[in-house]
Structure formats: C-alpha cells, structure tokens
Design a protein around this ligand. Sequence first.
Ligand code: HEM
Length: 461
Amino acid sequence: MNFHQEHQASPPGTVYDNATQVQQAPQTVPLHGAEFATDPNAFYDYLRQFGPSGPVELSPGLEATLVTDYAAALHVLQNPDVFARDSRRWRALSEGRVPEDSPVLPMMMYRPNSMFSDGPEHLRLRQAVTDSLAKIDMHRVSRNVERLAAYLIDQFSGRGKADLITDYAQLLPLLIFNDLFGCPAEIGDRLIFGFSGLFDGVDAERANEVLTESLFELVALKRAQPGEDVTTWLMQHQVGLTDEEMIHQLVLLIGAGAEPMQNIIASSLRLLLSDDKYAGGHHSAGLLVEDAINDVLWNSPPIANYAVHYPVYDVDLAGSKLSAGSPVVISFAAANSDPSLSASRQTLSKRAHLAWGAGPHACPAKDPALLISVLAIEKLLNSLPDIELGVHADSLTWRPGPFHRALNALPARFTPVRLERRAPSPFPGDGRSAGNAPSQDPRGKGQKGSWWSGFLTWWKV
Ligand code: HEM
C-alpha cells in the first residue's frame, strides 16, 4: 500500500482524541525518509488539502511550510519585499529550537552568497554571477563537453556495463566546471574530491576542508595569473568581490550546479532508456533528448523543493497563515503538477514549469545547463548505440532527502567497445577502470581519483 492509499484519510501525524475518536489535524508531513523518496507525488497530493501550502518536516524536528500551489509559489518567488531569503531571519534557529544535528541545516544556513541575500546586496552579488556566466563561450562549452564525455565513456566502454551515475553523470559536470572555472590539474582533482565527498556524505568534514583549501588556492592563483575563465571574470567584476566573497560564490556556483546537473542527466537517461515514448533510447535525435529533458523539468525537477523564504511579517498566503521568520519552502515539483494547470501545459507552454525557479533568484545558468545536458546525453547514446538499462526501470530507487529528486544508481549494459587506444585510467598503477573506483585520494596529486589531471593528460596525448 502506498502513502496515498494508506494516508489519504489518516496522514502521518494524525492524532485521534481518545474520548471522541475525532481525528485531529496532522502536525506535519515528513519529507525525509524512504517513503517520500519512493512516491513524492502522493505526499504533494495529500498536502494540497491544506490549501496553497501545508505543514512539513524537512528532517526530524525541523518544521517548515511547503508551498504546493503554482500561483502561490510564483507569488512568493516574485515578492522579495515580503518573502526574504536571508536565513538569519529564521526565528526557530535563533531561538535554539532547531536540532543542531539536522542534516538539512547546511542547505539552509546563511552564507554571504546570492542565494541567501536580499535587496541591494543580492543585486550586487547576482550581477557579478550573471555577468560572468554571460561571458561563457557556448562553442567552447560544446567542444569541451564532447571531449570530457568521450574521456569518461572511454573509461567504461570496454566493460559492457556501467552505473551511469557514478561513472558518468556525477563526474561530467564537475569536470566541466573545472574547465569553466580555469582549474589547473592538481586543484581540479581536489575540487572533485571535495564536491564528490560532500554529495556522497562520506567524510564530509574532510571533503569540506579540502574544498575550501583548494578554492582559496584557486582564487590566489587567479589573482596572480588571470585567465579566460569564470573565476577570473568574477574576480575582475566591477562590484569588487573580496576573497571570502569569491569563495562563497564559487561554492554556490559549483554546488548549485553540479548536483542538479547530475540529476537532470540521470533522470533524462532513465526516461530515454525505459519509456516507450522515447523509443527506449534508440533514437538519439536532438528533439527527443530535449523532450525527455523537458519531461524531467516538468515531472521530476532535479531541485524538487527548495528556495527557502522567511516572511518579513505575518502573512496570509491565499488563506494560509505564515508567521514572520518561519521557513517557507517552494515545491517546484508540486507546483509543476498543480491540478489547476491545464493538462496540455507540458506541450502548449513548455517553459512554464518552475524547475529553474522564478523571480529575482531564478537560476542564472539555465542556458549552459541545458546545453551541457543535451550534449552529455547525446554523446552517450551515440557512443553506445545499443545501451539499455541493466535492471527493470521499476526497481530503480531514489535518494531520500527533501530537496532533490535524485536516483541512487542507474545501471546500464551495452556491447563492449574495443578501442585501439584507451584513455589512461585515473587510478594509475592498479589497472582498474573508472567504474571500479577505489576510494579517492584527497590530495589528488597524480594519485588515485585524479580525474581532472587524468583528462588533461589524455587530452594532451
Ligand atoms: C539542471 C540543472 C539546474 C537546475 C534544475 C537548476 C535549478 C535552479 C533553481 C530552481 C534555482 C532557484 C533556487 C532558489 O530560488 O533558491 C537555481 C538557482 C541558482 N542556480 Fe541553478 N540549476 C541548475 C544548474 C545550475 C548551474 C549549472 C549553475 C552554475 C554554473 C547554477 C547556479 C545557480 C545559482 C548561482 C543560483 C542562485 C541564484 C540566486 O539566488 O540569485 N545552476 N537553480
């Protein structure tokens, strides 16, 4: 029995008055745990009975309001004077009522970057980000996605099987960012170690240390030797970012970019390889790939619930009472499937979904993100034309967590490819291929896990 069948009448948190057997209103609906990850739509459908927003728990003991209604979500996103982003306004946190060990705190804590700032400070930081991203040469991005994708595919194509997440979708965006942000080999390897460690949650403290240290080195390097890259453009921007501000914008850009990129590539591949509409992945023409990506943006947006707002005073949101300083989270996923939207929304108004956010904080990297996703998927399908899922699509599982829509793994099989010259393994000396990756070395100095230097060496050969 799924959540919907089981809980439509008695949702989790339902309390019965012993004397009268009258059902009391549920306290909160948990967005953490395996049940939510298995069938999030059942939770969104249930929450709609509360009106445009409903009470949720993001992690045990951490309560918030989730906006599920499309029009209400747009209203919140587009009214920054009433709904602020600076989480220093979060009352429960400042009053010590938030569990200190909550796993979602790092995603909600204030940092001096464009996502957590409002008003003139947001304009200043956002200007530096958008102007720098606007300088990206899309032809160069295309060429480099092609090369980086070829390098990764080369690592596993001889095996006849791969996990398209760990072997491909997770690494590709990080390698692309290394290129866009102008990372030399050794710093790039450590950035990949740091970000992968944070996403995997394995030794996150060490990963964070390596990440911060390598970003400081990157900033120092670019101050001394500017280049044609996003780091240099951010640094040279007229708003004059300090080194500390530089680190925070870089963490945001790479962090906000890599995880959804991984998930859009993986979720679109899942559709292309399993859904009859997409002919099981055997037609890799551009339109079909773009259709699958659009399908994911509407129906499984990689950032499912986020954009945490704090009302600056007590507000009535179409009948829902929201108190000042309480976290109000936008469900991009629920808003996209709002029953009040027309059934043909997906074909008639392709871009009306909220997967990129909306308002002053909308994703500034939509165009490069779309280009990279299309090219990454096309390259894989063209290189391995008979690729198919290695397991039944129904057996695929999703990572728990309130914010992302992310597959755990995406096993695939294909006819092994024999290459005359295979790319050198990033695990020198052990003769393994990438998919059997041993634990990565945090120093990344030409040691195991040296993905970026491995690619640079391969590319120069
Ligand atoms: C499929 C890929 C992506 C999706 C679905 C996505 C989605 C989003 C969404 C929904 C927001 C709004 C969050 C909010 O309102 O708090 C956002 C913001 C942002 N995204 Fe993306 N994003 C993607 C890729 C990227 C990439 C590749 C980058 C960077 C290179 C990036 C950088 C950012 C930044 C910096 C913000 C914050 C902007 C601000 O607060 O002013 N995103 N993204």
